[in-house]
Ligand binder design. Structure first.
Ligand SMILES: Nc1ncnc2c1ncn2[C@@H]1O[C@H](COP(=O)(O)OP(=O)(O)OP(=O)(O)O)[C@@H](O)[C@H]1O
Ligand SMILES: CC(C)(COP(=O)(O)O)[C@@H](O)C(=O)O
Ligand code: BAL
Length: 243
């Protein structure tokens, strides 16, 4: 039992949810280690959304709204952490949602799909093929899902899949606390933020942005600025701590 008074209440509740989700197969055991890596970066970021990340989330919302065929890719950690929030984002963005796993088993696809549908999400389902040229199972996706997408939101992504999607001419919106990850470096829009903060922010902007703002935000996108901003923000925080 984690008391609400605990200084790290939110972080511990998220950890508890992830740990419980490994028992149902929603989260892989490797997902716990990936989460730990994320938490380390979140510490450096002060466990809050930076102004720069908020700008990236605004651009992400604009891209989803103007996309011809937006798709949200969901892995185990994402399903465990933000299923309800993804359902809300799907309603406002009209994006398709597809389960895509690195540690893929039929059982995990099924249990994650059921979790998402229980939140009201309409899923792209059916046969998958290796439409993305990768040697691992993230290459398996749906024709009318990621294969046909022009904009893909990929929380907690693998760098090689992000690279492959970019090479296929798609715009990739990544959510990854690690500004140094391969994913962040190759993404069209790297959102250097925590997924439970980022998804509701994107939904908020989808509701708030007007057509002029959408036009302006999607004209020229410089993804590397968000990485530079995050690294500078971390540098400043570290220097402050040292003082
Ligand atoms: N809750 C979270 N919110 C945002 N990012 C997270 C969260 N949990 C983990 N991450 C980040 O997501 C990434 C997923 O881990 P993974 O091992 O697939 O990527 P990686 O190997 O670090 O990066 P890459 O493959 O892009 O080089 C990690 O960079 C981790 O820091
Ligand atoms: C653990 C995870 C971040 C997600 O794994 P899955 O839910 O199987 O897509 C994976 O990409 C990895 O880094 O190992
Ligand atoms: N997600 C496992 C492989 C990678 O980190 O890219």
């Amino acid at each position: 039992m984690i008391p609400e008074s605990h200084p790290r209440y939110r972080s511990l509740i998220i950890r508890e949810r992830l740990a419980a989700s490994t028992k149902t197969g929603v989260v892989s055991l490797e997902g716990l280690t990936a989460h730990g890596r994320g938490e380390a970066f979140d510490y450096l970021l002060g466990e809050k959304t930076t102004e720069s990340a908020l700008r990236a989330e605004k651009i992400a919302a604009a891209l989803l709204l103007v996309a011809r065929h937006p798709v949200i890719s969901v892995n185990g950690n994402t399903a465990a952490l933000v299923a309800k929030e993804i359902a809300e984002l799907q309603v406002i963005s009209k994006a398709r949602v597809e389960v895509n796993l690195f540690h893929r088993t039929d059982e995990r696809v099924k249990v994650i799909s059921n979790l998402l549908k229980d939140q009201g999400i309409t899923l792209v389902e059916g046969d998958v093929s290796r439409y993305i040229p990768l040697d691992h199972d993230r290459g398996l996706c749906h024709f009318d899902g990621m294969y046909s997408a022009d904009v893909i939101l990929v929380p907690l992504e693998d760098g090689d899949r992000a690279q492959a999607l970019i090479a296929m001419g798609k715009k990739v919106i990544a959510i990854d606390l690690n500004p140094l990850s391969r994913t962040s470096k190759v993404a069209t829009v790297p959102i250097i933020d925590e997924v439970t903060r980022a998804i509701p922010n994107i939904t908020h902007f989808c509701k708030e942005l007007c057509s002029e703002e959408i036009q302006e935000l999607t004209q020229t996108i410089n993804g590397s600025e968000f990485i530079k901003d995050a690294l500078e923000y971390i540098r400043e925080r570290l220097l402050d701590v040292l003082d």
